[in-house]
Design a protein around this ligand. Sequence first.
Ligand SMILES: Cc1cc2nc3c(=O)[nH]c(=O)nc-3n(C[C@H](O)[C@H](O)[C@H](O)COP(=O)(O)OP(=O)(O)OC[C@H]3O[C@@H](n4cnc5c(N)ncnc54)[C@H](O)[C@@H]3O)c2cc1C
Length: 440
Amino acid sequence: MNRIVSTDVLVIGGGSAGFAAAHAAASSGARVRLLEGTSKIGGVMAFCPGMPWGGGFPVGRTIGGLFETLTERLRQMHPPMARIRPSMLENFGAEVIYDHEAAVFLMFQMLEDVGVELHLGAYAGAPVMEGQRLSAVECFDRSGPFTIKTGMVIDCSGDGDISAKAGVPYTLGDGRGNMMGVTLSFSMLNAPWDQVFSNDDPYFKDHAAAGIAAGRLHPDLAKIYLMPAFHPDTVFCNSVHIRGVNGTDPQQVARATQEGRRRCFALAQFLVDCVPGFSQARLSGLGPTVGVRETRRLEAMHRIGSQELSLATKFSDGIVCCDNPIDDVMRGDSAMTHDAAVAQGDYYTIPFRSLVPQQVENLMFAGRLVCADPAAFASVRGMPQCMAMGEAVGVAAVMALDDGLSVQSLEPSRVVHALVARGLKGIGSQSLMEQPLAEI
Ligand SMILES: Cc1cc2nc3c(=O)[nH]c(=O)nc-3n(C[C@H](O)[C@H](O)[C@H](O)COP(=O)(O)OP(=O)(O)OC[C@H]3O[C@@H](n4cnc5c(N)ncnc54)[C@H](O)[C@@H]3O)c2cc1C
């Protein structure tokens, strides 16, 4: 027999956006159910354990909100479980490096504390439409199918299957089907930082060409990033990329993950054999699956354009600040680039309307589903910004439900005021420049 449950707000996907959306909606008073297909929240964060949170400090100031709460709570643990540091990557500001397990534990705890009903190992399968409303979502877990009746749906699934089936138009990748490379991450334990990072580059660029020429390394490993992980003498690698993978196809993702394992093990062995500082190191913390950067981007009331970024546009409905570069990763034949998106010392904001579809009246989305052109997407997609987008739609969902409004008729300035009250910085009438510099 089909099980039926009901909720005020259904959040699909427990990545950084879904975590924040569920937390914000529940702490605003709604009954919230968070549905996550895997056994762990975090999304890309869980698939790439230890990936720094980049972009949380545009122009050196915190974006605030749940991102800041999470960071500060980790920093206040004994011993501290997070640090803020300058990013090693070009055109990125400060980032948060943290203990992965502590962060996941805290995120679960924070959801529990506000009463979010978690449904792990459960997939959203199909929407049930009543005109322009989603009255329910058909789901399944190992016990079989079940139905969640809901007042509001927040799609934070990254891939947007439910939104697409509900009729929201979308773009796949760059619009010609080229999606950014997917990545399997890993760490190297016992790699003394004083040796590995005694140069500005951990010697890799001096050795990669020889490794590729000798057939030991895949040519796409010509440029990679190795960075200090959270724990001493541990090095994190976030750049074993596999091109041309459609992240909405589970078979392609599984094949890419095995290819990633092959490349990660070959790279680890090469580091041990050839690169100073790694001779006693060993591979650890291999991701359980590749992290997918880009699949569908949904169409919304506003599409963020790269020109708006370069003009440092601060939208009246801006919900979070950002100065991340255009962090483009191997779409088609392209390389990895980090070109500045906005003049140094300035920032732009992400508008609420880029998370609101044009038609469906009780659906919003957040995170990497955001409506943006391909270049703008490459900048807006950092985890801190995804969290803030989730926080915005979580708050907005409760407002719309309380007032019986469609999401399209919700006054964006009310959402912005509520976010300012929750501690989001540099939006509404505030300038981020008025905020104190973060201690980095
Ligand atoms: C390899 C890689 C490196 C990156 N590096 C950085 C970095 O250094 N710093 C940074 O800040 N950002 C980085 N990013 C970007 C950032 O991690 C992502 O943009 C962000 O995590 C996206 O968050 P999300 O919540 O939108 O989606 P995701 O993290 O993709 O989460 C979506 C979740 O939804 C679940 N889901 C999907 N479909 C369903 C369904 N039908 N039912 C139930 N659950 C479902 C998935 O299991 C997943 O948990 C990186 C991304 C990748 C892939």
